[in-house]
Design a binder for this molecule. Structure first.
Ligand code: PXL
Length: 263
């Protein structure tokens, strides 16, 4: 039987992030990918590549999840961008209909096209409805700050403390991504398994953030878990995979590079 990984996330029309990046990651890691779309993000080249954001209607998301879960025996799912409180509720209700071995949450908190008030409601809904269902969560520095309520995250100890606080919100395993945000020449992630903290390191590749790197990291964890890895092994392999995707990043006409593999 082939290994199957499932993702519930937004479409990002340039192909660098979101569902497109997730499914490419699954494919490259040798698992069969199944995807459900929650929203459509189309950057606007006429307006400084700002986010245009269109949510998919709740019943249409529920239909997709019904089709995917009825067709396949799914037990590992990644949750990417949800985008509205209504979508959060739809996805949370659907997830509760069956047991999951792992729910990997990439807590994509804000999208520039969203009106700030709505973004705050979405953050609160994610925190109260999705985090209790998560087994693994992969916040970046900004998301870790928001979810932990800590004002500054500047050191490895700060990241570890944020990871502990986020674990109190539900997820058993927390990987806080330091990315380019911590000083020094290493991209440092802090992994907390409810008891021990493990520090993961890789050389930084420049100081620019690369679009889709976070999506690919969480998707690679999901693929590795679907293939049977332990969570710590999955996170380590995902860091190597995301690193390779950043090394192979592609330039586009947009003012950011996107994770990619030049082969
Ligand atoms: O990289 C975060 C992200 C996730 N999902 C979608 C996005 C983005 C960033 O643009 O558009 C759909």
């Amino acid at each position: 039987m082939s290994k199957i990984a499932y993702v519930i996330a937004g479409s990002e029309a340039t192909g660098g992030a979101g569902l497109q990046a997730d499914l490419k990651t699954f494919e490259r890691l040798g698992v069969y990918g199944v995807g459900t779309i929650t929203c459509i993000v189309s950057f606007d080249p006429k307006s400084d590549w700002g986010h245009r954001f269109v949510p998919i209607a709740g019943p249409v998301i529920a239909d997709q999840i019904e089709a995917a879960t009825a067709a396949h025996d799914l037990d590992v799912v990644k949750i990417g961008m949800l985008g509205t409180p209504d979508t959060v509720e739809t996805v949370a209700n659907a997830l509760k209909k069956q047991p999951w071995r792992h729910v990997v949450v990439d807590p994509v908190l804000i999208c520039k096209g969203q009106e700030p008030g709505a973004a705050l409601d979405t953050d609160n809904a994610l925190r109260s409805e999705i985090l209790p269902l998560a087994t693994v969560i992969t916040p970046n520095l900004f998301e870790a700050q928001t979810l932990s309520g800590m004002e500054t995250l500047e050191t490895i100890d700060d990241l570890a403390e944020a990871a502990r606080r986020i674990a109190d919100l539900g997820p058993r395993y927390v990987a806080v991504k330091g990315g380019t945000g911590l000083p020094g020449d290493e991209a440092i992630d802090v992994f907390f398994d409810g008891k021990d903290v493990t520090i993961l390191r890789a050389p930084k590749i420049g100081n620019e953030r690369v679009s889709g790197a976070g999506c690919v990291f969480a998707a690679a964890i999901t693929a590795e878990l679907a293939a049977g890895s332990s969570v710590l092994d999955a996170v380590g392999a995902a860091k190597d995979f995301a690193h390779a995707g950043i090394v192979g990043r592609i330039t586009t006409a947009a003012p950011f590079t996107a994770v990619g593999w030049q082969n």
